[in-house]
Every structure is written in structure tokens, then in C-alpha cells.
Design a binder for this molecule. Sequence first.
Ligand SMILES: [Mg+2]
Ligand SMILES: [Zn+2]
Length: 433
Amino acid sequence: MKVVVLNGGKGTRLGLSDRPKPMVPVSGQPLLERLVEVAVRAGFKDFVFLNGHMREVIESHFGDGAAFGVRIEHVRESAPLGTAGAVREARALLDEAFIVLYGDILIDVDLAHFAEAHRQAGAIATLFVHPNDHPDDSDLVEADASGRIRRFLSKPHAPGAVLPNLVSAALYVLEPAAIEHVPANGASDWGHDVFPAMLAAGAPMQAYRSIEYAKDIGTPERLAKGEADLASGRVAGASRRAARPAIFLDRDGVLNEEVNGVHSPDDLRLVDGVGPALRKINRAGLPAICVTNQPDLAKGLMSFEALEQVFAKLDTELARDAAYLDLIYFCPHHPERGWPGEVLELKVTCDCRKPLPGLLLRAAAEHNLDLGRSWMVGDRYADVQAAKAAGVRAVLVRTGHAGSDSDRFDCEPDHVASNLPEAVAHILKAFEQ
Ligand SMILES: [Mg+2]
Ligand SMILES: [Zn+2]
């Protein structure tokens, strides 16, 4: 698989005058060299560089790639053509699926895992997505539980809109067929022009939700943050190479008020202090992973689309406090049959309905988590039991059900807290020690 790198950036905001943006030194090494290393680590050695502004700096630095142990084909952009127009210019070099990287992002992503997910999804485009602390100023996707993208939401967004916090990072796997959706002439961008057109044409597009590091470094502030993250080990620490701890969070009664069924966005009210508490988890560099039973799907009281809207509302409320959930896992099942309107294929005995640990185990397998160093916060002993069964430490909070199901379980939490902010304080202190 070839790796296509968009190198046309000027780096004006970084104040660069003697080199193009991809050559900006990041902790002493040109960003583009770092990108090549990330691809090589995943086993990719064939590159197509799409060069524009000050292309001679890149061409003389890398040559044919032999000095870096790779093969590089340089394509010269005839005029500024946008991110999609530039790839169209290289069409003759792209006869099978390829990875697209923008030359202004600092990443440590397992590109082989990403490419394999693309193959399995059978999509013509797979987009690396993750939440951030400013989704209202980002290109977003709306995807179903399997990751199939329903809508591409280009910025700017309407003020006050309910938005899923799934930000499209500048990282894709594309089939050559994707290029057929690029306008034949002139400039065009994947995000603004091509992806919405692909979806409108019914082309299958997939979201690849990841907790690995991928951030653009296009301003002095972001560059400084990226260098700090490299120095602290946060960039490599977020990679799939080493198992990392996470904080699992029950939803109802922990993040939002327990109201006996949240079936629409209007039913959702955050528990006091949840946004700032979650932001502390985010800033500590720990993945925040929601694991929630949603049996009303099986009972026929709520549709999957309604649940997605509720999660989008949750994302939107959290974003007000610059906070986010990294991943969301839910159990749609319920065991006992016999009620009108129920969805029979979801009325099953599963391994993911808490108190069983299936959601936690699935998250760990998909994202290489270290369960032994992870924590779970819940308002029921069913949450505590699920955590214990997964080898995860548990905090019971006195919001929501406040542990009212204790008589049904033979387990104890590691800590009891009044609410999520106190639970997070306890957990972060435990990490510091
Ligand atoms: Mg709960
Ligand atoms: Zn289940």
C-alpha cells in the first residue's frame, strides 16, 4: 500500500520563510521525517509526495528516499489544487488502496491496523476520527454503531447545533474509486467537496475511531503543545504498541441524571460538575470510555438513531466544558422475552450486558488497554461487578441509583465517592502515586 503525503502547506502561521510547512522542525526533527518513520514502523515503504510550495526543499532533503530506506515518488502540483485536486494529479500512480496523510499532523498511529480496518469494512474511504475539545470548529462525521458514516458535517456549524464529537483528522485510507468523485478540473478538498458528494452518491464510507495521537501542528501554540507531548511521552504512550490504562464510565446516573429512560436528546441532563471532571481525565491523557447498558433498544422503546442523537447531545453538552468521551460502547440487549413491541433479535442473553464484562473486554481488545491499571466509575453494583470481572478497579458514586442494587451482588467497590468529580479526583491521585 502506498502512502500519499500532501506537502503543499506554506506554514504561514508558523512563520516559516525558508521551508514549506511539512519541513517544520518538531523537537529538532522535520515533521515529514517523523511521518515517514511512522509509516515505516507499520511496514509501509512506498511513498508519493505531493509537493507544491518550496517543493525543492523537500525533494533535495529526501531524494528518492533511499537514504531513509524507502521509495519516494515526487509529484509536482501544477497549481494549488486543494487536498483532493492534488491527489487527482497523482492518479496514474495509485492503482490500489492508499493512505493519505497531511504534512502538518503529528501522529503516532498504527497505520497497518488502520489499513486492515479499511479492508474489513469494505468502504471506498475510511476516515480516522477522534473527539477533540473544540468540535464546533472542526469537520465532523456522523456514524452508526458499526462506524458506517451517515453524514459528513463540514465546518462552520450552525450555532447551538447538536453535534457528534467525531472529528475527521487529516488521515484517510482511500480506494482508487474515491478519486472518481473528485471534480475533473480545478481545486477541491476531500472534506468540503468530495466526501459529502461521495455520501450523496451512496459510496460506503467508514469511520475509524481511535485513541492514538493525531494532532495538527499548524500554529505556534499547537506546535509547542506537540513538542511538549513528545517530551512527556504522551505521543508514543497513546500508540497501540503498548497497552495503556483507561477510565470506564457508566452513563446514566454517572454522567447524566437517571430519569428512568433517556429516549430523546431532550431527556438528557448532565449531573453537576461532570464536564469539568471529564476534562480533567482528558487533560491527564487517559482515555474516557463510556460503557452503558441500553436495554430500551431491545424493548422497542428507543431506536438506534434516537440513541445516536442522545449521544450527540451528550457530546455537545460536554463540549461546552471542552470535555469529551474518547469511545462509547453500549449493550443493546435484554434477556427476557414476552413484551409487546420488543425487538426479538436483541432479546438475547449476551456477554456484554453489565454485570458481565463484555463491553470492557471488547474495548480492551480493540484498543489495547491495560485493564489491570484501569478504573471504572458506576452508580450500581452491576457496574462494580462488571469492573471486577474484567480485572478493573471500581469507584461507586452516590448519584443515580447510588448503589441501590447492592443486595444482588457479592462484590465491593475499591472506593465510594459522592459523584463523578470526587471519583475522578480519587482516580487521578491514584495515578499520580
Ligand atoms: Mg447507571
Ligand atoms: Zn449485550
